[in-house]
Design a protein around this ligand. Structure first.
Ligand SMILES: [Zn+2]
Length: 345
């Protein structure tokens, strides 16, 4: 797709440095250690170098000896080699691959935009300017999703989850895959060369990525998006059900309260002192149960309004999210397990 002979090494290096900086900045903001991120950057550099140099080459000793450094890079090789290196780094560090994908997405998109800026400066070709514009727009779009919709940020991810909005880890990565493969496919269609085997390879390569990314979006939404909805819905229905139950119990208690019954009778037998003591006791118990149920109802109302506001499920003491298992057992829980046990002491 790109004639890498036209690209100066300086631009590739500059683009790669920008990529490293963007990836490192996002990853450390998410709490990943700098050391491990730079470790993975080194692996990506090695992987994409050899990917870009070795894919579709006649791998002879002569090529490795004399042409390896001077031969042009192949972009698809860089992407494949880089992806392999990233997957090794993910395995090695036991990272969440979707999170890493979200952190790589804006960096990768920017990297490609800078590359095309370089090709355009070198060649002056209009198509390079269009590609620069496309990847520039994709970068802005991903950044917009990241800052305005808080995709790819785990703290905001849980907030969105509570707000019952469809969201999933890997959203930025899927956006990058879809956007970049669409750009590549459109570019290839406007530069048809059916007789060229490399053209077909590129077309199938990007078409495969496009299908893969659409499949990933659908699957991730099914796994996380639907679960998010059903979890909040479940909690909501438990709370509403319990609230109705309480209303009914309170009504029963009021109806059976001897004081209340007598009030409706209008008079009582003053002589039966023993009965009055019993009634007093009964009334006391009824009042106690009623106040307990009312307290519970206040908590339920509080939880329901928190669901509406999107603040449901956070510990009121430490601000951390409360475990879903705990919320299922005690939907009105206000403290996380750690704080609750500290309070109990
Ligand atoms: Zn807490």
């Amino acid at each position: 797709m790109i004639d890498f002979e036209a690209a100066s090494v300086a631009i590739i290096l500059f683009a790669f440095l920008v990529f490293i900086f963007a990836y490192w900045k996002d990853a450390t903001a998410e709490g990943f250690s700098s050391d491990r991120i730079f470790d993975s950057v080194f692996m990506i550099a090695v992987g994409s170098f050899f990917g870009g140099k070795l894919l579709f080459r006649n791998l002879s000793i002569d090529y490795l000896k004399y042409q390896l450094l001077t031969s042009p890079f192949i972009l698809e090789g860089i992407l494949i080699g880089g992806a392999l290196a990233v997957s090794i780094a993910i395995k090695k560090n036991r990272w969440d691959g979707w999170k890493i994908g979200d952190m790589l997405a804006p960096a990768l998109s920017m990297y490609q935009a800078i590359l095309f800026l370089g090709f355009w400066i070198r060649t002056g070709q209009l198509s390079m300017l269009i590609l620069l514009f496309c990847f520039g727009s994709l970068t802005f779009f991903i950044r917009y999703l990241k800052t305005n919709h808080k995709l790819g940020s785990s703290t905001r991810y849980f907030e969105l989850k509570r707000l019952n909005r469809l969201t999933f880890t890997g959203g930025l990565f899927a956006t990058y895959l879809t956007g970049s493969s669409l750009i590549a496919i459109l570019f290839l269609l406007t530069h048809q060369n059916f007789s060229n085997r490399f053209w077909w390879f590129q077309f199938i390569f990007y078409f495969f990525i496009l299908i893969l990314s659409l499949f990933l979006i659908k699957r991730r939404l099914n796994i996380e998006g639907v679960r998010v909805n059903s979890f909040i819905e479940k909690i909501k229905s438990i709370l509403v059900g319990r609230s109705k139950q309480i209303d009914k119990s309170v009504k029963d208690i009021v109806e059976n309260d001897p004081f209340n019954v007598e009030a409706s009778d209008g008079f009582r037998n003053e002589d039966e002192l023993g009965e009055e003591v019993q009634d007093n006791q009964q009334h006391g118990i009824s009042e106690a149960i009623k106040s307990e149920l009312n307290d519970e109802k206040v908590m339920i109302k509080k939880s329901l309004s928190k669901i509406e506001k999107g603040t449901y499920g956070y510990c009121v003491k430490c601000g951390k999210e409360i475990d879903e298992k705990r919320l299922k057992a005690y939907p009105t829980a206000e403290y996380c397990m750690t704080c609750e046990s500290k309070i109990a002491k």
